[in-house]
Design a protein around this ligand. Sequence first.
Ligand code: PAF
Length: 269
Amino acid sequence: MKIFKSFNVLNKEINFNENIGFIPTMGSLHEGHLSLIKVAKKKSKKVIVSIFINPSQFNDKRDYIKYPRNLNKDISILKKLKINYLFLPNKKEIYNKGIKKKLVILRKDKILCAKYRKGHFEGVLAVVNRFMTNINSKYLFLGEKDFQQVFLIKKYLQNKFKTKIISCKTIRNKNKLPLSSRNKLLSKILLKKTENISKLLFNFRNTVTKNFKNIKLLDFYRSKIENLCDKIEYFEIRNPTNLSKKFSKKNFKIFIAYKINKVRLIDNV
Ligand code: PAF
């Protein structure tokens, strides 16, 4: 596995005429990332993974400091998986002079996480834009667990670049909890609670499919979930095609963000 720290060297070494798949990450790799890698390997001839904990997408500095970091372990995982290239830029490489740390998003997109994590997606879009400008891969793979992230990256960046953005389904543990680097910050007892929240979300999904008109259901499940965590930030049903509130029985998704022991978790089912 070749490790690069600058876009310059990466572009000299990699032949982008080959079918290259790119997976941007913030490290602390887990099964969710591994499944993205699996899809990327199937679709591409060579795979690049990047690890960069992007400071400009953290609206809370403590969250940035607390974010799990496991670089040595990550490198050995990627080597075992026979990844061709690892890109490990530092902050200076990404945000050298003149590079924007935030892109602008429209007011109507400031819903769900964009409402509660001010500036978060602006930072995500800036870093992904920087990657896509300099890494001319055929594909870019993202996980559907961050549904709104995929939605906004497609909306704001897909048309600017030839790289095709592919979203891959959420990987869950046997108790339905979506895999996330932040799960590492939780004790066993708290993990059990988050698993119970995930199960409730799936029950809710089934119930909405059968009993679509019953708006009281949302309050009912909300109070059940509230008993298992410290705080719910949002708990909403939306149309997954455009994220509007006009959804149908056949086309809806439940979105949630909650805090448990100061750790913020999200899910969509
Ligand atoms: O989903 C993530 O891990 C990050 O938001 C991403 C896409 C790597 C940008 O920093």
